[in-house]
Design a protein around this ligand. Sequence first.
Ligand SMILES: [Zn+2]
Length: 245
Amino acid sequence: MRSSDFVLNQTDGIKWLSFPSLEVYPFLVHGFLIRSPNLSKDAQGKQAGNLLKKITSQERFLIYLTQTHQDECIIITPGDELKESYRGDAILTTRDDLFISVWVADCLPIFLVEKRRRVIGLVHAGWRGTLMGIARRTLKKAKHRIGSKPKDFTVLLGPCIQRCCYQVSDDVAILFDKECVNRDANDRFTLDLVCANMKQLVGCGVQEDKIFVVDMCTFCQYELFHSYRRDKDQSLRMIAFMGLR
Ligand SMILES: [Zn+2]
């Protein structure tokens, strides 16, 4: 596991992060829309579309997922008819005529890149999805449907609620590997989503030195991120996006 830097970009007033560990792939467009002032929920999707158009000079379909905290992975390959939205919590594609996205506010966004076959993927992993093995399932699908092996992937674990802040009940804590559960100052359990997903990725064959982690907490860093735990129903989402150039 390697720690990843980030770059804070601003395009037409929209703030977004990019990650140097993924910028080494010239065929890839990626980013993470963060908290922007005066942004409404309805405007968020539109802003993502505008931003992508601006930074790529291309107008393409931006695919959304109706995320349900389950383990369904969508795959879109050449020839598939496109819909704007799919039900699932992970998405893979080899197509260069669309952008993919997942929306998060504390859950872990996982970016996947496989250079040889030009495969990209995004995963939305909260505690339920992590427990169900959403990352593992996505990598399995990439192997079966595209032929990409886990060891061929570079993986970036984006900003999420970290072990400092992610309190969970005893019932949830007990479901996870002990190494990924800690106790906070008040002796309550906290879950380390990064640890749990790292173990899952390495367990299915991703090389440790190809996993990058962005060490930022969505709950602590309120000036940059939305947080569902912190802001409750008022919380907007961050948008992780990727595309092939
Ligand atoms: Zn924190």
